[in-house]
Design a protein around this ligand. Structure first.
Ligand code: GLN
Length: 201
């Protein structure tokens, strides 16, 4: 199973390593043809405004959105911002693949970067395994709104930090920066559970 990591900007290297640790074959994706070759895709953390600009420049915005209509995407931090339906402060364009509203850089300067140890929800524990989750937040967004078909897999300080909806998953923290492979393994399981690609049938 080949998983792509969108490698335009941000910490895509760390995601590639984390996916390898979780047992996937991960490749960097920079072109529309590259997107078509993977079963699932990770949009890494970084700077969502920059990633957005590069998506436009490379003509990848539409191919990525269409990919997301059929195949799973996991967005972390800036990637979560790109998946969201609404982006606040400042408002910016996004793929709109998940029914969530996010506020960028929402923890303010004091908490620009912080680490928390949180107890994930039962649903996460059942599917991914028990034990606290170490979450690294770096100039993270806060998910301010979730639609009725969005499930929360982990909360921190009253806000959802790991959510899923249909094919997609979003985290406001950086699971690729810890040794715990559960979050990536959960994404791999979602990809595995998604119908094989038409071309692979
Ligand atoms: N602050 C960044 C943004 O708004 C996200 C930070 C991150 O991905 N670590 O795009």
């Amino acid at each position: 199973m080949t998983i792509g990591v969108l490698a335009l900007q941000g910490d895509f290297e760390a995601h590639r390593a984390a996916l390898d640790r979780a047992g996937a074959c991960a490749v960097e994706v920079r072109t529309a043809a590259g997107i078509e070759e993977v079963e699932g895709l990770v949009i890494p953390g970084g700077e969502s405004t920059t990633i957005l600009k590069l998506l436009d420049r490379e003509g990848l915005f539409e191919p990525l959105r269409r990919f997301g209509e059929r195949r799973p995407i996991f967005g972390t931090c800036a990637g979560a911002i790109l998946l969201a339906k609404e982006v606040l402060r400042p408002a910016q364009a996004s793929l709109g693949l998940m029914d969530i509203g996010v506020e960028r850089n929402a923890y303010g300067r004091q908490l620009d970067s912080h680490v928390a140890h949180l107890e994930p929800e039962e649903e996460f524990r059942r599917r991914a395994g028990a034990g606290k989750l170490e979450t690294v937040f770096i100039r993270a967004p806060i998910i301010r709104r979730i639609g009725p078909s969005v499930d929360v897999l982990a909360w921190y300080d009253g806000a959802p930090v790991l959510v899923e909806q249909g094919l997609h998953m979003a985290a406001t923290f950086h699971p690729e920066l810890t040794a715990d492979a559960r979050v990536h393994r959960l994404f791999l399981a979602k990809v595995r559970a998604t119908e094989p690609r038409a071309s692979a049938k």
